[in-house]
Design a protein around this ligand. Structure first.
Ligand code: SF4
Length: 213
């Protein structure tokens, strides 16, 4: 039977993306090969509990939500993640996947909304961006950049042009919570007429990064 290592499964409000504010079940898989310096889920790097796929699905169902987000860590680091995603889609949920962009998206069920990070230089992990993943995104998917500084912003603006990011799918941009004032980033976006969705991470304001939210 398929199993996955799980850090937590919880019911909360979606903190970002196009479904921000909607009640959502989060399935947080354990493990990540990256070490972004601003990571707010380092508690998911190790540990966790091995759970059978059927038990994960049962716990998700107990919250009676329409939206399910599979996150991490880096969920695609566990190969059974692909089975979990398809199983949740089969159950009728609207499923999204939060991924660092450092692992191939090949094999992800086409019904899943992919939310893929673009890692900036200040994250410390920009070398892990797999640009070939861009070709596997479609119009329902979203790209997400966390910006730490003006240098980061300019890098992102240039890379967006080079890779045609704005033509591929919706692009989300947010300030690194402790490093950049939201207003500064908002003003840069407006000055440059950048066609992005500016977002703040709602869960940080509501729950201050406590696990389980
Ligand atoms: S990819 Fe995500 S979980 Fe992994 S270190 Fe970076 S922010 Fe943390």
């Amino acid at each position: 039977m398929s199993s996955l290592r799980i850090t937590e499964i919880f019911h909360s409000l979606q903190g970002e993306t196009r479904t921000v504010g909607l009640p959502t079940v989060f399935v947080r898989l354990t493990g990540c090969p990256l070490r972004c310096h601003y990571c707010d889920t380092a508690y998911a790097f190790t540990g966790g509990t091995s759970m059978a796929l059927a038990d994960i699905v049962e716990q998700v169902a107990s919250y009676q939500a329409h939206y399910v987000t599979v996150t991490g860590g880096e969920p695609l680091a566990q190969k059974n993640c692909l089975t979990l995603l398809s199983t949740l889609c089969d159950q009728g949920y609207e499923v999204s996947l939060e991924t660092s962009g450092a692992i191939t998206l090949e094999g992800v069920d086409p019904r899943v909304v992919k939310v893929m990070d673009i890692k900036t230089p200040a994250s410390g992990e920009a070398a892990k961006n797999r640009w070939e993943n861009l070709a596997l995104l479609d119009s329902k998917d979203q790209l997400k950049a966390v910006i730490c500084s003006r240098d980061d912003y300019e890098w992102f603006r240039d890379i967006a042009e080079v890779h045609g990011l704005f033509e591929r799918c919706e692009v989300l941009i947010s300030p690194s919570h402790t490093e950049l004032k939201p207003r500064e980033l908002a003003e840069w976006v407006l000055e440059d007429r950048l066609p992005v969705r500016f977002q703040l991470q709602l869960h940080k304001y509501l729950w201050n990064d406590e696990p389980g939210h």
